[in-house]
Design a protein around this ligand. Structure first.
Ligand code: MG
Ligand code: MG
Length: 633
């Protein structure tokens, strides 16, 4: 698979971009003329630099306002083109992109444009280069790839071909199946971009909101299926204009881009089994059966506080690692691992020294852990492995996005038995401490807003998950965007992501204090929230107190019986409801740098996460906070 990315798609200085692009696994780059006009190097120096990174230049662009010009503009356009052909010779690339004319003086007419392209083809042949014609969605006369193809067909010249761009086709809702009848060898390059659905001016939408395939809402897979049907075998080139990306990390953006192309072609291959698709074989998206465990790293002193919190939540310490300072706390099907083996060079130790106490790892129960690892690696995830003592099980694992680790467990003998083989059973300190918590409902990860798409693509490309619509949560310090990833069809694995772009928000403070992205809360499920609340009270659990105003508002909003809302209030239970069912939440007080537990009960098929309650939760956390806005430990 030949992959390419336009250098404008990512941030940074020119050499930094090239380095990131090469490292992410791309084979080529599209060079925007501006990239080296603003970078102080000649075309030959740029060519040498690109080659030094092991990349090819797939395309030189853009050439604007060429076809259908009246004289004297027409003659000048040809002269301009020939000067660019010379530059291309120095750059060592043979393909130039010509986008459809937007000039008000340009004249329409398919035959006029075709004649211009035929003549340009003659000149291009003398320079040993080719030209590709792209219909801009906002072109003055040509704004549809079907018309651009008709011009290329009538131009009837070997050096003249078509350039397809998924954004231009899909933003205008043109049926991508119209591509299937174009000969693949007349498509000179395919540019790919997705975008969130917005009803706005096409040019503005394109210049500011494009994103990687799979990150937006456009049917890029259908587009690419049609392209594959033509027999097109050239590079797949990302052309992404996005204001947010321009401020992001070049490395992360290049990695996202490469992952997006591999994922896209993996989907196309599964949907078009009769077409040869040049993408590595890999297992299908991984079905996640649930979260098998969450692991905290903590220091010896803080461990006592964490263990005390777990015990007030009804957990029992049931296991002690045979070789390491690692303890296992369990309740229902929930396993919490507390790792204080932070001396030396372990990852847990490194995570603790950088982030303090944090939930840095989790394990997912999957059908086949080794297949899961294979898929994740095929999608550019980094394998995670640490030295093991003899007798310790090698659990397949990858680095998550952010600073965490994701382990894969399955029903194979070695992995199913890992808890017994690695941990010695510990007699519980007391009997009957269980609070009725059954399993992990969801993990909530907090990230910088501009990293949310990275996470989204990571989870949806590797795992069989879907994303829910983004919800805005109003925090007194600013806006927090929240979006969930859920396994489908059964939501046995749920991750909510909160994107904060502002240090003043509670989520933003968690990020700033924690120096990175991590699990901010773990939601534990119960089948009976009131019984659980009563058990927790007996265990000395201190719920996050919720204001009386909340309950007055709730009663009015849902028309609740006063006795019911009194019962909620007495146990600091938050409540929500949708068409499908009801949702009950209790929050713990915060621990460490803002971590907390949530206890939830879903009744019926309630699909959400209580987003409407988040501002009340945040306000309550702030009331308990230190003067600087951070929670009391
Ligand atoms: Mg384009
Ligand atoms: Mg939650």
């Amino acid at each position: 698979m030949r992959t390419s990315i336009a250098t404008v798609s990512i941030s940074g200085e020119f050499p930094e971009k090239l380095g990131a692009i090469a490292k992410a696994g791309f084979s080529g780059v599209e060079i925007f003329e501006n990239d080296f006009l603003t970078y102080d190097a000649s075309p030959r120096e740029v060519a040498a630099m690109v080659r030094d990174f092991g990349l090819e230049i797939t395309l030189f662009q853009p050439f604007r306002d060429f076809e259908g010009m009246p004289e004297p503009h027409r003659a000048r356009a040809f002269e301009r083109a020939e000067r660019k052909f010379d530059v291309m010779g120095e750059l060592g690339t043979d393909l130039m992109l010509i986008c459809s004319n937007v000039s008000p003086v340009s004249l329409g007419g398919i035959d006029r444009a075709a004649a211009d392209f035929h003549e340009l083809g003659e000149r291009a042949a003398r320079h040993g280069v080719r030209v590709g014609y792209e219909a801009l969605a906002w072109g003055r006369h040509i704004n549809d790839h079907r018309d651009a193809w008709e011009i290329v067909r009538r131009a009837d010249h070997r050096q003249v071909g078509l350039i397809l761009d998924s954004f231009h086709t899909l933003s205008r809702k043109i049926d991508p199946n119209s591509i299937r009848s174009i000969p693949g060898d007349k498509i000179f390059i395919v540019q790919l971009a997705d975008a969130p659905l917005f009803d706005m001016d096409l040019l503005y939408w394109s210049r500011h909101f494009r994103n990687m395939p799979g990150e937006g809402d456009l049917p890029v897979v259908d587009f690419m299926r049609a392209v594959a049907a033509t027999g097109y075998a050239g590079p797949l080139s990302l052309e992404i204009f996005n204001d947010q990306f321009r401020g992001g990390s070049a490395r992360a953006l290049a990695e996202d881009g490469h992952r997006s192309l591999v994922y896209l072609m993996d989907q196309v291959k599964r949907l078009e089994p009769d077409i040869r698709i040049d993408v590595p074989d890999m297992p299908d998206r991984i079905a996640v059966e649930g979260v098998e465990f969450v692991e905290f790293t903590t220091g010896p002193e803080e461990k006592a506080n964490l263990a005390a919190l777990l015990e007030t939540l009804g957990f029992a310490r049931t296991g002690q690692h045979r070789n390491r300072a690692v303890e296992l706390f369990t309740q229902g099907a929930i396993r919490i691992v507390v790792n204080t083996d932070v001396e030396g060079s372990s990852f847990a130790g490194a995570s603790y020294s950088v982030h303090g106490t944090n939930a840095y790892a989790f394990g997912l129960k999957v059908d086949d852990a080794h297949n899961a690892l294979r898929r994740a690696q095929a999608l550019d995830a980094t394998r995670f492995a640490e030295p093991r003592a003899s007798g310790e099980t090698a659990i397949p694992a990858i680095q998550g996005v952010g600073n965490g680790v994701i382990y894969f467990l399955d029903g194979s003998p070695a992995l199913a038995n890992v808890w017994d083989s690695e941990f010695a059973a510990v007699a519980p300190a007391s009997q009957g401490t269980d609070a009725g918590l059954t399993r992990i409902d969801h993990l909530a990860q907090t990230t910088r807003y501009d990293e949310m798409l990275t996470w989204l693509l990571f989870y949806t490309s590797i795992f069989s998950t879907r994303r829910t619509p983004m919800v805005d949560v109003v925090d007194p310090g600013g806006l927090v965007r929240s979006q969930a990833i859920e396994s489908a069809p059964t939501p046995s694995f749920r991750v909510t992501m909160n994107g904060a772009d502002n240090r003043k928000t509670f989520a933003g403070k968690f990020l700033a204090e924690g120096f990175g992205t991590s699990i901010q809360h773990i939601a534990l499920a119960t089948d009976d929230i009131f019984a659980t609340a009563a058990r927790l009270a007996g265990l000395g659990f201190q719920a996050l107190p919720i204001s009386r105003n909340y309950y007055d508002d709730l009663e009015a909003r849902f028309g609740l019986e006063p006795a019911f809302s009194d019962a909620l209030r007495a146990a600091s239970i938050l409540y929500d409801r949708d068409d499908q069912g009801e949702y009950f939440q209790i929050y713990s007080r915060t621990f460490g740098e803002g971590f907390f537990f949530e206890i939830v009960e879903r009744r019926g098929a309630y699909a959400g996460y209580g987003a409407m309650n988040a501002p009340f939760r945040i306000a309550a956390q702030r009331r308990l906070a230190r003067p600087d806005g951070m929670p009391k430990v």
